[in-house]
Ligand binder design. Structure first.
Ligand SMILES: N[C@@H](CCC(=O)N[C@@H](CS)C(=O)NCC(=O)O)C(=O)O
Length: 201
């Protein structure tokens, strides 16, 4: 399998962390592909032009990151990182949705800040910032009911904290909250997270 991935992408990082946690690292060839400024090398595989995109050995493709994670998790059902049913499943998927939503807003905020000043919308920047702050306020409650296992929900949350610290370190999003800090301190040295730290390109 080949994964189209860009080094700073938090969505691609989520997939890479899940693959490493599942012991699938050897089976996943990570290929650097850049969606900006033009996603030329990606659109043949994903018309949306986004990373991550997974190319299977039969040439078919999967996107987006929740679908790729579900697929990779299904390859070895002995150690699921997405529970297959019940309340635990919906907790994990809700936490992934919360973290992915933080990332959508954070990526949009970064893009907004890169526009020439005259083209920036302060209303949109405020909207993205408030969505991120509200979502991080919800995170301690989600972590309190999470399993001990570093599942897909926690992987996504780790990628969200990692991304805002990497791209938006001066914004006060509330990631200093003691319960978030305590959890982050415990998990941030996992080999899967260390091996996928975001890199500027
Ligand atoms: N919902 C998608 C989001 C992926 C995404 O937004 N990736 C960014 C890079 S971090 C991208 O490729 N953006 C290019 C674009 O929006 O055109 C997922 O979970 O995979």
């Amino acid at each position: 399998m080949k994964l189209l991935s860009s080094p700073p992408s938090p969505f691609a990082r989520k997939v890479r962390v899940l693959a490493l946690e599942k012991g699938l690292g050897e089976r996943l060839e990570v290929i650097e592909a850049h969606p900006w400024p033009e996603p030329t090398a990606i659109i043949e595989f994903n018309p949306l032009g986004k990373v991550p995109t997974l190319i299977l050995d039969d040439g078919s493709c999967l996107y987006d990151s929740p679908v790729i994670c579900e697929y990779l998790d299904s390859l070895d059902p002995r150690s699921p990182l997405i529970p297959d049913r019940g309340a635990a499943r919906w907790r994990v998927l809700r936490l992934q949705a919360l973290a992915d939503g933080i990332l959508d807003a954070a990526v949009n905020l970064v893009l907004e800040q890169r526009r020439p000043e005259a083209h920036r919308s302060s209303a949109m920047q405020k909207r993205f910032t408030l969505a991120i702050q509200r979502s991080f306020e919800r995170l301690p409650g989600e972590l309190a009911v999470a399993d001990d296992r570093f599942d897909l929900g926690q992987i996504a949350a780790a990628c969200a904290v990692g991304y805002v610290e990497f791209r938006l370190p001066d914004c006060n999003f509330g990631t200093d909250e003691p319960r978030i800090r305590g959890w982050w301190t415990r998990i941030q040295r996992r080999p899967s997270l260390l091996a996928t730290r975001p890199v500027l390109v």
